[in-house]
Design a protein around this ligand. Structure first.
Ligand SMILES: NC(=O)c1ccc[n+]([C@@H]2O[C@H](COP(=O)([O-])OP(=O)(O)OC[C@H]3O[C@@H](n4cnc5c(N)ncnc54)[C@H](OP(=O)(O)O)[C@@H]3O)[C@@H](O)[C@H]2O)c1
Length: 161
């Protein structure tokens, strides 16, 4: 699990900071001009992450808040696109998972996010292989999901849980 300082910073930046931006959008847009907000969550928002539980919690919280705010923002003619990337190939942070299947270059991820925003998509998740796996895992009972995740990823943390 992330140390306390890292966890507090993640909550402040990933969740509180992003929610402040969304609140500002609610205040700024009055329906007289259209807008679109693009929020970067993560596939970790769907099922969590044994390596980075606080990170996953911030992304799940952000995704849920965006889904909750969509109707109020739509009433002001502001759309919201939630992007849920899997692993990015050239962005390996300290403490990140060593198992990074289907990792995608950041510029390819950015292209997909821009395309989704231009098409007014509510939500996108990619790469499709990981998005499918995550959705499948999310639909399973927790213990079965944990066993499957451990088997697929070889993650000792998940295997011992
Ligand atoms: N990397 C992955 O595998 C991965 C996977 C799924 C989702 N994501 C998500 O995709 C997004 C980009 O990830 P990344 O790996 O490209 O991250 P990154 O390289 O670390 O970039 C993070 C960005 O956030 C900015 N930032 C950090 N702290 C800030 C603060 N306190 N106030 C304002 N801006 C701040 C940074 O600005 P500076 O450049 O000025 O420091 C930087 O532009 C993140 O939301 C991440 O959670 C990443």
């Amino acid at each position: 699990m992330e140390d306390v300082a890292t966890a507090e910073r993640m909550v402040a930046v990933n969740l509180a900071g992003a929610l402040t931006a969304l609140r500002l959008a609610l205040d700024l847009f009055d329906g007289s001009r259209p807008g679109r907000i693009v929020v970067i969550a993560s596939l970790a928002a769907y099922i969590g992450s044994p390596e980075s539980p606080v990170y996953a919690a911030t992304k799940a919280g952000l995704r849920t808040a965006c889904l909750s705010l969509r109707p109020a923002l739509a009433a002001r003619d502001v759309g919201v696109t939630i992007a849920n990337p899997g692993y990015l190939a050239d962005k390996v942070a300290d403490g990140a998972a060593s198992w990074r299947p289907f990792a995608m270059p950041a510029d390819e991820a950015a292209r997909r996010i821009v395309k989704a925003a231009r098409r007014s998509r509510a939500e996108i998740a990619f790469p499709w292989q990981m998005a499918l796996l995550v959705r499948l895992l999310a639909s399973l009972p927790v213990r079965l999901r944990e066993r499957l995740y451990a088997r697929i990823s070889g993650d000792p943390v998940a295997r011992d849980a």
